[in-house]
Design a binder for this molecule. Structure first.
Ligand SMILES: NC(=O)c1ccc[n+]([C@@H]2O[C@H](COP(=O)([O-])OP(=O)(O)OC[C@H]3O[C@@H](n4cnc5c(N)ncnc54)[C@H](O)[C@@H]3O)[C@@H](O)[C@H]2O)c1
Length: 323
């Protein structure tokens, strides 16, 4: 059995617990300081809370950090320095420097570190990546993604404080920056506009154009201003063809209640992207191999996102730093 400890029993802590409960080789532990979150989580997943983050780290083999983004680096360093394999939700950290601190600590300690760039595990995005890599569209020329829905709040509204979450570019577009870099190669230049960046809080919408080393261009739209429900799309056009995805077309089940719409795909429980992601992490820990998404991948996704933030603030195109 592997002892997995979740830090943070909010939205993502619950998503992860749901996956771990499908795994017969996992013993689950957790901590959250908010009594209502802690009680609800304990009841839902039939697990007793521990009394502090330190107890989780000392008790468990593996630590899964589902905390607000600005808390990732301190909790991650604490976990890694205790020798624990560490999974950190995306974005890996709030700055490239903090990503480097996490990567260096993990390398020095011989500890597996994996960022939660889960989009790579969604069936449509995984297949899209594979097809592009196989040459299904020829030489990729132009890619377009869109992701978003209503503005998330999170515990005590932390998402809407851009100093904590990084706003829509670091929090949401980071998924597409990672997928595009994985699929089309390194990004050489970024130019972005955002409606919320100068305010630094509240809902936001951002548009980013990217140039890739191989000559392709990309266009990433991210929104926290779409009341019609969460939606993702992508399109890759190349010299031989086009590949397209729209989560609204693919969703097998669409449910609307209380003014909100949810979509679910007809997947078996172990096809769930979060299951595949966390299982991939645990297998890398067990086999002492490189995780399916590396700390460097997480750092590069953050680097592209922060270059976009800087561009949106200054109006000047930026070159993402390579840690
Ligand atoms: N991969 C994805 O699809 C996805 C989706 C949403 C959010 N995220 C990321 O996941 C992370 C968490 O987001 P969320 O939506 O779960 O936020 P959330 O606000 O719902 O949950 C965070 C939880 O952390 C708890 N917390 C605060 N301080 C703590 C501490 N010291 N120890 C333990 N728990 C503590 C809070 O009480 C809260 O319950 C963020 O980095 C976010 O960007 C990823």
């Amino acid at each position: 059995m592997v002892k997995v400890g979740i830090l943070g029993a909010g939205g993502m802590g619950n998503v992860h617990a749901r996956q771990y409960r499908k795994m017969s080789d996992v013993d689950l532990y957790f901590f959250d300081p908010l009594p209502d979150k802690s009680e609800a989580f304990a009841k839902q997943w039939d697990v007793e809370p521990l009394d502090s983050p330190e107890s989780v780290i000392s008790k468990c083999d593996v630590v899964d950090i589902c905390l607000p983004t600005d808390m990732h680096v301190d909790a991650g360093l604490q976990s890694i320095s205790a020798g624990r394999a560490t999974f950190i939700e995306k974005p890996l950290a709030r700055s490239v420097e903090d990503c480097v601190r996490l990567m260096s600590a993990a390398e020095k300690g011989g500890v597996v570190l994996m960022p939660g760039q889960v989009v790579r595990f969604f069936a449509e995005f995984a297949t899209g990546h594979r097809l592009v890599k196989k040459g299904a569209v020829g030489t990729p020329a132009a890619a377009r993604t869109r992701r978003g829905g209503l503005a998330p709040l999170g515990s005590r509204g932390w998402f809407q404080d851009h100093a904590r979450s990084g706003g829509v570019l670091l929090d949401l577009a980071v998924h597409d920056f990672d997928w595009l870099r994985w699929t089309l190669g390194e990004v050489t230049q970024v130019y972005a506009r955002s409606v919320g960046i100068q305010v630094g809080s509240g809902p936001d919408y951002a548009l980013t154009t990217l140039s890739f080393e191989g000559g392709a261009v990309g266009h990433v739209e991210a929104t926290w201003m779409d009341p019609s429900g969460f939606r993702t799309t992508f399109e890759v056009a190349g010299s031989k063809g086009l590949i397209q995805h729209d989560s609204r077309n693919n969703a097998a089940l669409r449910t609307t209640f209380d003014g909100r719409t949810f979509t679910d795909n007809a997947l078996s429980p172990t096809d769930d992207p979060y299951y595949l992601e966390l299982r991939g992490f645990l297998e890398a820990v067990r086999d002492r191999t490189e995780p399916p998404v590396t700390g460097y991948d997480g750092a590069m996704a953050v680097s592209i996102a922060l270059a976009a933030v800087e561009s949106a603030k200054t109006g000047v195109a930026q070159v993402p730093v390579r840690p």
